[in-house]
Design a protein around this ligand. Structure first.
Ligand code: PBG
Length: 327
């Protein structure tokens, strides 16, 4: 028997036309896969383009509702909310994060009132509220773990109270999923989901996002809590423990440079796996397309299908609207 089965096997037969290619495609994208991130700021009647994220905006609550309407019309089932907090409301304890009338809480209420079926997810993290721009309480240059996790659990309850369907902790403190789950149960929010950023890496690809929220760390970096890009076994450990602590969806972040991590995590947990196609990944495609160096739509769709191929069930992406229009 020869090694090659040629000419009996000609793989090109299955690539011969668009229809044949579609029939044998192993993966596909659907609008149901998308989570659209949204940035909200104080004020009214405004939307501000984020310089490092062309055609992506920060909205005030009123303009955000119009954006949400568009998202819903495109069939995208969920949004992930981030709040930009003015400097004078930031402190080391994240006080404003627990304000029941805070920007995040009020925005959740407004969205759920107008669009009760939309799945509203909220970012649970201290950095937009922290005078140090860190995801935890700072003491003597260290990021405190347990005190920060306690605060995050209260924040999760506050978002649930406002009507969030899922809370999405993006901080990487140890043990926070358990504390959050216990707090939600105790307060009666038994159906509030947790989408855990389980494997979140200390990545340079978050640059444009930190511009959007003005949330750059004021000193040092995030390497004592976010993961080292060298590691994958550790990502599996984080994912498995978050599953045990009560998470409902496991997230890997960033996306494109971490497809192997998506695969490894998908094979290790019995939960849906989400991937975050982060701001820097969006900026790279946008910038290259602006220069005429890449075809934006093709590069975007290729990146999105890669997430599915790697095993992702859900994709948080700034391309959600653009991709939904093409599907
Ligand atoms: C912060 C947070 C970050 C992102 C989501 N939540 C940035 C960071 O950890 O510094 C990044 C998202 C993106 O780059 O698109 N808790």
């Amino acid at each position: 028997m020869s090694h090659s089965q040629f000419p009996y096997s000609r793989p090109r037969r299955l690539r011969i036309s668009e229809n044949v290619r579609s029939m044998v495609a192993e993966h596909s994208l659907s609008v149901n896969d998308f989570i659209a991130p949204l940035f909200v700021m104080e004020g009214s009647k405004e939307k501000v383009e984020i310089p490092s994220m062309p055609n992506y905006y920060r909205f005030t609550q009123d303009t955000l509702l119009k954006e949400v309407e568009e998202i819903q019309k495109l069939g995208i089932p969920s949004v992930l909310l981030f709040a930009k907090v003015p400097n004078e409301k930031k402190d080391n304890e994240g006080t404003e994060a627990l304000n029941p009338k805070g920007l995040m809480q009020e925005t959740v209420r407004a969205i759920k009132k107008e669009f009760p079926d939309l799945v509203v997810m909220t970012d649970v993290a201290m950095d937009p509220y922290s005078s140090y721009g860190h995801d935890g309480i700072v003491k003597e240059g260290q990021i405190l773990n347990d005190e920060s996790a306690e605060l995050l659990a209260k924040m999760a309850v506050s978002h649930a109270e406002a009507g969030a369907d899922f809370v999405a902790p993006s901080d990487m403190m140890d043990g926070r999923i358990l504390l959050m789950r216990e707090a939600l149960e105790e307060m009666g929010y038994v159906n509030t989901g947790i989408m855990a950023y389980s494997a979140k890496y200390a990545s340079s690809y978050y640059g444009p996002f930190r511009d959007a929220l003005d949330s750059k760390p004021g000193f040092g970096d995030k390497k004592t809590y976010q993961m080292d890009p060298s590691n994958v076994t550790e990502a599996v450990k984080e994912a498995v423990s978050d599953e045990q602590e009560g998470a409902d969806i496991i997230m890997v972040k960033p996306g494109l440079p971490y497809l192997d991590v998506v695969r490894a995590v998908k094979e290790s947990v019995h939960l849906p796996v989400a991937v975050y196609n982060v701001s820097g990944e969006y900026a790279m495609i946008k910038a290259a397309a602006e220069k005429g160096w890449l075809n934006e739509k093709e590069a975007m769709m290729e990146a999105l299908i890669a997430f599915k191929r790697a095993g992702a069930d859900l994709i948080a992406t700034y391309f959600a609207k653009d991709a939904a229009r093409l599907l």
